[in-house]
Design a protein around this ligand. Structure first.
Ligand SMILES: [Zn+2]
Ligand SMILES: [Zn+2]
Length: 312
């Protein structure tokens, strides 16, 4: 166990197996003469009846009836024998295993589960940081899959989630109060950016910017890009609503990108409707031409310049 510092954890499955515990228990339950056996065995040899080679005792399995308490055949020969026996009786052995499993299904599965649970727990406790890092990595790589799974889980466990959430809320009344206060105290630009992006997403737009980015743009946009009126990000009076900022896609593309948006007051945006920037400006030019009688600021300016030119 202490030797697992290779840093990749791949051989951990082989590190601890039920076999190891068996061995441990065997050593624990050994009587003194048995524990001394390895020392007594040193130097003694025995000839295998299989391969007829003379080998030291550690090459033989335990057998109470044999000479020196060891079997007649060496471990090598045993292995070969067992392999052959398995080959000869493959189907029968497989069937026996299958039958045994069928008979004791419940118990075996329970034991397997228990052992796996214990192993996971033990491994986690010994490698907490590594586990957390690995989980993070996995989540990053499987974002799509997780999203799909979460959606499905939420759908099939609605009541359960509701219950857990309710229980949590009851336990955390104070915490929730503070969070709620934090939310209402949040900057109006932030709230606006969040709502705008969600709204566009709901309408089928592809969002290519973050809430942070839009919040920053909002903070830098104090006035409507068209009419120049001050934008009111948190409307308090009914009259303020005319100048609520709206997110406009300059040329009505399906995407929301940094380079194709502007913030307009709601009046300008509803007037623009589904026109591109060019179409909208053209519309206003025509309107201006039709009703131009000198009241228009631009028109006066034009007249003034013309007048200057004439004076020259
Ligand atoms: Zn042998
Ligand atoms: Zn405007």
């Amino acid at each position: 166990m202490e030797n697992d510092n290779d840093g990749n954890g791949t051989n951990l499955q082989t590190m601890w197996t039920p076999m190891d515990t068996k061995k441990e228990n065997e050593t624990k339950n050994m009587s003194k003469p048995e524990m001394l056996q390895p020392i007594l065995e040193q130097g003694k040899t025995k000839t295998c009846t299989g391969c007829h080679k003379t080998k030291t005792l550690n090459h033989f399995n335990k057998d109470k009836k044999g000479k020196y308490g060891k079997g007649a055949k060496c471990t090598e020969c045993r292995k070969i024998e067992n392999k052959q026996r398995y080959k000869d009786n493959k189907n029968k052995i497989k069937e026996n295993v299958k039958n045994y499993y069928e008979k004791n299904k419940k118990e075996i599965n329970e034991k397997r589960k228990e052992s796996s649970r214990e192993y996971t727990k033990k491994y986690y406790n010994e490698n907490k940081e590594k586990c957390i890092e690995k989980t993070k990595e996995w989540r990053k790589k499987n974002k799509k899959h997780i999203k799909k799974y979460d959606k499905k889980y939420k759908k099939t466990n609605k009541e359960k989630i509701k219950k857990i959430k309710h229980e949590w809320d009851m336990k955390n009344v104070e915490h929730n109060k503070i969070e709620q206060q934090k939310r209402t105290r949040r900057l109006p630009e932030r709230v606006w950016a969040t709502h705008s992006l969600y709204g566009h997403k709901r309408n089928g737009c592809e969002i290519k910017i973050t809430i942070d980015e839009l919040e920053q743009i909002a903070k830098n946009t104090k006035n409507c890009e068209y009419c120049g009126h001050e934008l009111i990000y948190r409307a308090k009076q009914k009259n303020d609503r005319k100048y609520i900022p709206t997110l406009d896609r300059i040329d009505i593309e399906n995407e929301i990108r940094l380079d194709n948006i502007q913030i307009l007051c709601i009046i300008c945006n509803t007037t623009k409707l589904n026109r591109t920037h060019k179409e909208f400006i053209e519309y206003y030019k025509n309107l201006s031409k039709k009703f131009n009688d000198g009241d228009n600021k631009n028109a006066t300016l034009e007249l003034a310049t013309n007048g200057d030119n004439k004076n020259e």
